[in-house]
Design a protein around this ligand. Sequence first.
Ligand code: NAP
Length: 172
Amino acid sequence: MIISIVVAASAENAIGDGNALLWKLPNDMRFFKNLTWGMPVIMGRKTFESMASRILPGRINIVISRNPSSLPVMDNLWAASGLEDAITLAKTTDCNEAFIIGGGDIYRQSMALTDRIYMTRVHGKFPTADTFFPSFSNSEFKLADAVDMPADEKHVHAYTFETWERVDRAAL
Ligand SMILES: NC(=O)c1ccc[n+]([C@@H]2O[C@H](COP(=O)([O-])OP(=O)(O)OC[C@H]3O[C@@H](n4cnc5c(N)ncnc54)[C@H](OP(=O)(O)O)[C@@H]3O)[C@@H](O)[C@H]2O)c1
Protein backbone atom coordinates (compact mmCIF):
# COMPACT_ATOMS: atom_id res chain seq x y z
CA MET A 1 0.00 0.00 0.00
CA ILE A 2 1.39 3.38 -0.89
CA ILE A 3 0.67 6.43 1.23
CA SER A 4 -0.36 9.61 -0.52
CA ILE A 5 -1.14 13.09 0.71
CA VAL A 6 -3.93 15.07 -0.93
CA VAL A 7 -3.85 18.80 -0.27
CA ALA A 8 -4.77 22.16 -1.74
CA ALA A 9 -2.34 24.92 -0.77
CA SER A 10 -1.36 28.42 -1.86
CA ALA A 11 2.18 29.29 -2.94
CA GLU A 12 2.81 30.25 0.71
CA ASN A 13 1.46 26.79 1.74
CA ALA A 14 -1.71 28.24 3.30
CA ILE A 15 -4.38 25.54 3.69
CA GLY A 16 -6.96 26.79 6.19
CA ASP A 17 -8.36 29.53 8.38
CA GLY A 18 -10.63 29.17 11.42
CA ASN A 19 -10.94 25.40 10.83
CA ALA A 20 -12.31 25.98 7.31
CA LEU A 21 -10.91 26.00 3.78
CA LEU A 22 -9.79 29.27 2.21
CA TRP A 23 -11.45 28.89 -1.19
CA LYS A 24 -14.25 27.23 -3.11
CA LEU A 25 -12.96 25.27 -6.09
CA PRO A 26 -15.62 22.83 -7.36
CA ASN A 27 -13.21 21.19 -9.83
CA ASP A 28 -10.80 20.46 -7.02
CA MET A 29 -13.60 18.90 -4.96
CA ARG A 30 -14.44 16.69 -7.94
CA PHE A 31 -10.79 15.75 -8.42
CA PHE A 32 -10.56 14.84 -4.72
CA LYS A 33 -13.73 12.74 -4.83
CA ASN A 34 -12.67 10.83 -7.96
CA LEU A 35 -9.18 10.21 -6.59
CA THR A 36 -10.19 8.95 -3.17
CA TRP A 37 -13.48 7.17 -3.92
CA GLY A 38 -13.52 3.63 -2.49
CA MET A 39 -10.22 4.14 -0.67
CA PRO A 40 -9.38 4.85 2.97
CA VAL A 41 -8.92 8.52 3.86
CA ILE A 42 -6.99 9.50 7.00
CA MET A 43 -7.60 12.82 8.74
CA GLY A 44 -7.11 14.65 12.02
CA ARG A 45 -10.00 15.20 14.40
CA LYS A 46 -10.14 18.93 13.58
CA THR A 47 -10.46 18.29 9.85
CA PHE A 48 -13.26 15.83 10.58
CA GLU A 49 -15.01 18.53 12.62
CA SER A 50 -14.42 21.06 9.83
CA MET A 51 -16.68 18.85 7.69
CA ALA A 52 -19.46 19.26 10.28
CA SER A 53 -18.44 15.83 11.68
CA ARG A 54 -19.86 14.11 8.59
CA ILE A 55 -18.00 11.30 6.90
CA LEU A 56 -17.00 11.39 3.26
CA PRO A 57 -19.31 8.89 1.55
CA GLY A 58 -17.96 5.92 -0.37
CA ARG A 59 -14.75 5.85 1.63
CA ILE A 60 -13.51 4.46 4.96
CA ASN A 61 -12.90 7.58 7.06
CA ILE A 62 -10.08 7.05 9.56
CA VAL A 63 -10.05 9.88 12.11
CA ILE A 64 -7.06 10.43 14.40
CA SER A 65 -7.48 11.70 17.95
CA ARG A 66 -5.64 11.35 21.24
CA ASN A 67 -9.10 10.56 22.64
CA PRO A 68 -10.43 8.22 19.95
CA SER A 69 -13.30 7.07 22.19
CA SER A 70 -14.65 10.65 22.08
CA LEU A 71 -15.29 10.37 18.33
CA PRO A 72 -18.84 9.62 17.23
CA VAL A 73 -19.75 6.06 16.33
CA MET A 74 -20.79 5.98 12.66
CA ASP A 75 -20.69 3.58 9.75
CA ASN A 76 -17.40 3.88 7.88
CA LEU A 77 -15.79 6.01 10.59
CA TRP A 78 -12.81 4.27 12.16
CA ALA A 79 -11.16 5.95 15.14
CA ALA A 80 -7.36 5.86 15.37
CA SER A 81 -5.16 6.84 18.31
CA GLY A 82 -2.30 8.09 16.10
CA LEU A 83 -0.88 8.08 12.61
CA GLU A 84 0.73 4.64 12.83
CA ASP A 85 -2.55 3.20 14.12
CA ALA A 86 -4.40 4.89 11.21
CA ILE A 87 -2.04 3.38 8.65
CA THR A 88 -2.35 -0.06 10.22
CA LEU A 89 -6.15 0.27 9.97
CA ALA A 90 -5.93 1.46 6.34
CA LYS A 91 -3.86 -1.63 5.45
CA THR A 92 -6.66 -3.90 6.64
CA THR A 93 -8.84 -2.60 3.76
CA ASP A 94 -6.43 -4.27 1.31
CA CYS A 95 -6.33 -1.11 -0.80
CA ASN A 96 -3.28 -0.20 -2.85
CA GLU A 97 -3.29 3.48 -1.84
CA ALA A 98 -4.31 5.30 1.34
CA PHE A 99 -4.89 9.05 1.35
CA ILE A 100 -3.89 11.46 4.09
CA ILE A 101 -6.27 14.36 3.73
CA GLY A 102 -5.21 16.77 6.47
CA GLY A 103 -5.05 18.98 8.24
CA GLY A 104 -1.83 20.80 8.99
CA ASP A 105 -0.95 18.84 12.10
CA ILE A 106 -1.45 15.45 10.42
CA TYR A 107 0.31 16.54 7.20
CA ARG A 108 3.38 17.56 9.21
CA GLN A 109 3.58 14.15 10.89
CA SER A 110 2.97 12.32 7.60
CA MET A 111 5.66 13.81 5.38
CA ALA A 112 8.32 11.24 6.26
CA LEU A 113 5.92 8.35 5.50
CA THR A 114 4.47 9.72 2.27
CA ASP A 115 5.22 8.30 -1.17
CA ARG A 116 3.23 10.79 -3.27
CA ILE A 117 1.68 14.24 -2.87
CA TYR A 118 -1.34 15.31 -4.89
CA MET A 119 -1.02 19.06 -4.52
CA THR A 120 -3.56 21.50 -5.89
CA ARG A 121 -1.59 24.73 -5.97
CA VAL A 122 -4.04 27.60 -5.62
CA HIS A 123 -2.80 30.83 -7.17
CA GLY A 124 -3.84 33.58 -4.79
CA LYS A 125 -2.92 35.38 -1.57
CA PHE A 126 -4.56 34.34 1.69
CA PRO A 127 -3.27 36.66 4.42
CA THR A 128 -5.73 35.44 7.08
CA ALA A 129 -4.56 31.80 6.87
CA ASP A 130 -3.77 30.15 10.20
CA THR A 131 -2.92 26.62 9.02
CA PHE A 132 -0.11 25.66 6.66
CA PHE A 133 1.26 22.70 4.73
CA PRO A 134 4.90 21.87 5.57
CA SER A 135 7.44 22.92 2.97
CA PHE A 136 9.34 20.15 1.18
CA SER A 137 12.38 20.16 -1.06
CA ASN A 138 13.09 18.96 -4.59
CA SER A 139 15.54 16.49 -3.12
CA GLU A 140 12.65 14.77 -1.29
CA PHE A 141 9.94 14.92 -3.96
CA LYS A 142 10.08 15.40 -7.75
CA LEU A 143 7.30 17.02 -9.75
CA ALA A 144 5.90 14.23 -11.97
CA ASP A 145 2.90 16.03 -13.46
CA ALA A 146 1.36 19.52 -13.52
CA VAL A 147 -1.89 20.59 -15.16
CA ASP A 148 -2.73 24.31 -15.15
CA MET A 149 -6.36 25.28 -14.74
CA PRO A 150 -7.51 28.86 -15.38
CA ALA A 151 -9.86 30.89 -13.22
CA ASP A 152 -13.41 30.99 -14.58
CA GLU A 153 -16.90 31.94 -13.45
CA LYS A 154 -16.96 29.08 -10.90
CA HIS A 155 -13.31 29.39 -9.81
CA VAL A 156 -12.13 32.76 -8.55
CA HIS A 157 -8.53 31.51 -8.49
CA ALA A 158 -6.45 29.77 -11.13
CA TYR A 159 -4.92 26.53 -9.82
CA THR A 160 -2.54 23.75 -10.86
CA PHE A 161 -2.98 20.03 -10.26
CA GLU A 162 0.52 18.84 -9.33
CA THR A 163 1.69 15.30 -8.59
CA TRP A 164 4.91 14.95 -6.61
CA GLU A 165 6.63 11.58 -6.29
CA ARG A 166 9.05 10.69 -3.51
CA VAL A 167 12.63 10.56 -4.78
CA ASP A 168 13.81 6.97 -4.58
CA ARG A 169 15.60 6.86 -1.24
CA ALA A 170 17.94 4.20 -2.59
CA ALA A 171 19.08 6.56 -5.37
CA LEU A 172 20.22 9.25 -2.91
N1 NAP B 1 -6.48 22.81 2.03
C1 NAP B 1 -6.56 21.53 2.31
O1 NAP B 1 -6.29 20.67 1.46
C2 NAP B 1 -7.00 21.09 3.68
C3 NAP B 1 -7.24 19.73 3.93
C4 NAP B 1 -7.64 19.35 5.23
C5 NAP B 1 -7.79 20.31 6.21
N2 NAP B 1 -7.55 21.61 5.91
C6 NAP B 1 -7.68 22.65 6.95
O2 NAP B 1 -6.76 22.36 7.99
C7 NAP B 1 -7.27 22.89 9.22
C8 NAP B 1 -7.26 21.78 10.27
O3 NAP B 1 -5.92 21.37 10.49
P1 NAP B 1 -5.27 21.31 11.96
O4 NAP B 1 -3.78 21.23 11.82
O5 NAP B 1 -5.82 22.43 12.77
O6 NAP B 1 -5.89 19.98 12.59
P2 NAP B 1 -5.90 18.44 12.09
O7 NAP B 1 -4.53 18.04 11.62
O8 NAP B 1 -7.04 18.23 11.17
O9 NAP B 1 -6.30 17.68 13.45
C9 NAP B 1 -5.50 17.84 14.59
C10 NAP B 1 -5.98 16.85 15.62
O10 NAP B 1 -5.60 15.54 15.24
C11 NAP B 1 -5.30 14.77 16.41
N3 NAP B 1 -3.89 14.40 16.37
C12 NAP B 1 -2.85 15.03 15.76
N4 NAP B 1 -1.71 14.36 15.95
C13 NAP B 1 -2.02 13.27 16.69
C14 NAP B 1 -1.25 12.19 17.21
N5 NAP B 1 0.08 12.10 16.99
N6 NAP B 1 -1.89 11.25 17.93
C15 NAP B 1 -3.23 11.31 18.16
N7 NAP B 1 -4.00 12.32 17.69
C16 NAP B 1 -3.40 13.29 16.96
C17 NAP B 1 -5.59 15.67 17.59
O11 NAP B 1 -6.96 15.45 17.92
P3 NAP B 1 -7.50 15.55 19.45
O12 NAP B 1 -7.37 16.99 19.79
O13 NAP B 1 -8.90 15.02 19.38
O14 NAP B 1 -6.57 14.66 20.26
C18 NAP B 1 -5.39 17.05 17.01
O15 NAP B 1 -6.04 18.05 17.73
C19 NAP B 1 -8.67 23.41 8.89
O16 NAP B 1 -8.58 24.82 8.62
C20 NAP B 1 -9.04 22.69 7.62
O17 NAP B 1 -9.98 23.38 6.82
C21 NAP B 1 -7.16 22.02 4.67
